[in-house]
Design a protein around this ligand. Structure first.
Ligand code: FES
Ligand code: FES
Length: 178
């Protein structure tokens, strides 16, 4: 009896290489990177170890803390829950990509002004999770803000200041402001 061959999509066929790595191309903070990666490499490790963007933190590696949050095609993703190969062809924003020409993004300014961080370990993840909300809603209620950052743990427990910072950032990001 003839054995059924597993179908391989043209894309997977194209990126698979002989030594078992896959060649991926990602746009990170506006720059394009092409790298060969092992299929088991997590996106967070790719970002930190391969691209040396260490502002993305690892707090748990088990999808609980949110310290590793980045934006993938504009949506917040815990990068310890995604493989680097799954990011092939995607647009990624890390905390390093928010400031422009040395000028802080309004959300970073707001966190600074409203004491939205203490030790700062959770901050990159919180900022990017909140930014996903602010990109579609610049006057969110407190409930909406708390829901948006509910996947992010702040071990310094500075949640009130974080919520104030996100609300202030929304105000700064409204048309005609900033
Ligand atoms: S390191 Fe990814 S959720 Fe904690
Ligand atoms: S500011 Fe320290 S963990 Fe959030």
């Amino acid at each position: 009896m003839a054995t059924k061959r597993k179908k391989v999509s043209p894309k997977r066929k194209r990126i698979r290489t002989e030594n078992g790595t896959h060649t991926i191309t990602v746009a990170v903070n506006g720059r394009t990177f092409t790298r060969a990666v092992e299929p088991r490499v997590l996106l967070v490790d790719f970002i930190r170890d391969e691209l040396r963007l260490t502002g993305t933190h690892i707090g748990c590696d088990t999808s609980h803390c949110g310290a590793c949050t980045v934006l993938v095609d504009g949506h917040s993703v815990k990068s310890c829950t995604m493989l680097a190969v799954q990011a092939d062809g995607r647009k990624i924003t890390t905390i390093e990509g928010l400031s422009e020409h040395g000028r802080l993004h309004p959300i970073q300014e707001a966190f600074k002004a409203h004491h939205g961080l203490q030790c700062g370990f959770c901050t990159a993840g919180v900022v990017l999770a909140a930014l996903e909300l602010l990109q579609v809603e610049n006057a969110p209620s407190e409930d909406r803000i708390r829901t948006a950052i509910s996947g992010n743990i702040c071990r310094c427990t500075g949640y009130s200041s974080i919520v104030d910072s996100v609300a202030a950032a929304g105000e700064m990001m409204r048309p005609g402001k900033g």
